[in-house]
Design a protein around this ligand. Sequence first.
Ligand SMILES: Cc1cc2nc3c(=O)[nH]c(=O)nc-3n(C[C@H](O)[C@H](O)[C@H](O)COP(=O)(O)O)c2cc1C
Length: 394
Amino acid sequence: MVLRIIKPEIYYTGVIDWDRRLFDEIIPLPEGTSYNSYLIKASKKNALIDTADPNKKEEFLDNLKKVDIKIDYIISNHAEQDHSGLIGEVLDIYEDAKVITSPKCKELLKELFLIEDDKFITVEDGETLSLGDKTLKFIYTPWVHWPETMVTYLEEEKILFSCDFFGSHIATSQLFVKNEEHVYNAAKRYYAEIMMPFRLFIRKNMEKINELDIDIVAPSHGPLYPKPELIFEAYNAWISDNTKNEVIIPYISMHGSTKKMVDYLVSILIENGITVKPFNLTVSDIGELAMSLVDASTLVIATPTILTGPHPSVVYATYLVNALRPKLKFISIIGSYGWGGRTVEILKGILTNLKPEIIDPVIIKGFPKENDFKSIDNLADEIFKKHKEIGLID
Ligand SMILES: Cc1cc2nc3c(=O)[nH]c(=O)nc-3n(C[C@H](O)[C@H](O)[C@H](O)COP(=O)(O)O)c2cc1C
């Protein structure tokens, strides 16, 4: 990789992973990702901010060699392996370096990477560290997205090294955001998959960030924000309680009956001026589904009954929705069965994290008939009424 310079004496030492297509063995990465790391040279001490994923060891260590300065401190904002996995290797090369982190992160780093106790210096929330002519301030930001996470603020240059907070999974040759719409969408996908479960914690952390005067946000994945308003405004909207006039329908249909119900419901919702996004789970990118849940008001889960319960792909999607904790206001379930089962009961049992209002499910026998379409009409009317009640429709 070429050595990239953010500002004089502030280097980008991260690595671009163009080929990675799956993260945590669950999150699709249609555009790859990057593991951002930064090296700050100062008059007295030099500090490295985070490392990179261990699968990029060679490239990462090459980047450090290219800067060719002694590393005194390794700031670890977050213990997850894609940022911290090469701390041990850096310590092997720079033997006197110390790892600066929060006490919680220290404990995790010791457990995950077997780093010895005497390599650490822990910092409290709000503590500063002087590097000579540059000062780092450490701000705890718990649950973005692990309990130990913190961000590091370079006071003189007004740069926020935010680790996973405000990140996006994009492999790009552009160091800074150029195409704002493109990065907005990638950041929204990232928020949906990684940050959405912690919406209420993020609110508190945003208050802390708002107190800082920030010129550049330098996250751990994706390009840097030279105009941080873009990402701050986006996060403020996503973490708010406001939802949009949108209905999301993840569905499976083995033989077409549930599909017929979905198609019918989609048409009526469109007629009623409601934005609707059906996701056929056999072909959908689960990240697109997650992204759609950031703003949606209503979820309608559609499934046939198979072996007495919902289809396993629907169970998976429902489990994920529950884990992601979107700010949905209403949920319903539709589907077809042959002779009997516990489909609705099982799905409701999965959705324990969410507290939306449940709109009466429409579960029919076999292929939908006249009366069944009427029931779907009623469901659509009910969704329209509910959206109107909460001010989404005039
Ligand atoms: C493998 C398989 C297992 C099924 N198990 C059940 C069941 O346990 N209970 C039930 O009521 N219907 C069961 N059915 C029947 C389907 O629920 C029924 O045919 C339904 O209309 C299919 O909807 P679809 O056309 O949307 O796939 C099963 C069907 C298949 C293919």
